[in-house]
Design a protein around this ligand. Structure first.
Ligand SMILES: *[C@@H]1O[C@H](CO)[C@@H](O)[C@H](O)[C@H]1NC(C)=O
Ligand SMILES: *[C@@H]1O[C@H](CO)[C@@H](O)[C@H](O)[C@H]1NC(C)=O
Ligand SMILES: *[C@@H]1O[C@H](CO)[C@@H](O)[C@H](O)[C@H]1NC(C)=O
Length: 184
């Protein structure tokens, strides 16, 4: 399978960076209405077995058109509100700069409809995570209108790395397609 090529990734990266840092501020309140996002598959590719009991992300067909995600995780340490998230596609890795932020800030800004996605199904009620508790998010489908604008059409693999301080906790991979209605 061939994923988007490097030149396109460079473009996406620059667009994302310039959008996100518009006005010199990191703004996670995205809005877009020109493309569709279709998740094809998602999985956890790594979790730290010292600091986590489990981190399992599964994707499944929710109905004819939608693939939804279930995510179950449990920490062996209290991470509180200090989870950090970084996004990178396999191509973006050639760059020293990565997009990163606190998960709680992304939640506050409702990036990708995160807040609604978490509130709808599962038992995460706020942005504090304690050890020895199992957290569930179920039937999660991102809200495409709350994603960054101007992502070129194509198929992508997004890597999401979640860490606590300098400890890498888990890495999730999401394979998705960006499509636009054909203009005739
Ligand atoms: C699939 O589920 C979504 C969310 O509940 C709904 O908006 C959509 O209409 C459903 N599609 C089909 C084909 O049932
Ligand atoms: C979430 O639900 C599971 C069972 O469905 C339960 O074992 C767990 O303790 C709950 N976690 C929290 C943080 O309430
Ligand atoms: C996802 O979670 C829902 C709600 O808990 C459950 O009904 C469904 O079986 C789960 N699907 C998978 C594939 O784990």
């Amino acid at each position: 399978m061939v994923w988007s090529e490097a030149p396109k990734a460079v473009c996406v990266f620059l667009v994302l960076v310039s959008t996100i840092f518009a006005d010199g501020q990191l703004d996670l309140h995205f809005f877009q209405n020109d493309y569709h996002l279709t998740i094809e598959r998602s999985e956890t590719s790594y979790y730290n077995k010292i600091y986590m009991k489990t981190a399992s992300l599964v994707s499944f067909r929710y109905n004819r058109t939608i693939i939804a995600q279930n995510f179950t995780f449990r920490f062996n340490i209290d991470v509180g509100a200090n989870l950090e998230v970084r996004f990178a596609s396999n191509e973006y890795r050639y760059f020293p700069l990565r997009l990163g932020d606190r998960i709680c800030r992304a939640l506050d800004a409702d990036s990708g409809g995160l807040k609604q996605m978490i509130g709808k199904c599962g038992n995460i009620s706020d942005c504090m995570f304690f050890k020895d508790r199992t957290y569930h998010v179920c039937n999660a489908v991102p809200d495409e209108s709350k994603l960054p604008p101007h992502i070129p059409s194509g198929r992508y693999m997004l890597e999401i790395e979640v860490s606590y301080g300098s400890i890498k906790l888990f890495v999730a991979k999401i394979y998705f397609a960006i499509t636009r209605p054909e203009v005739k």
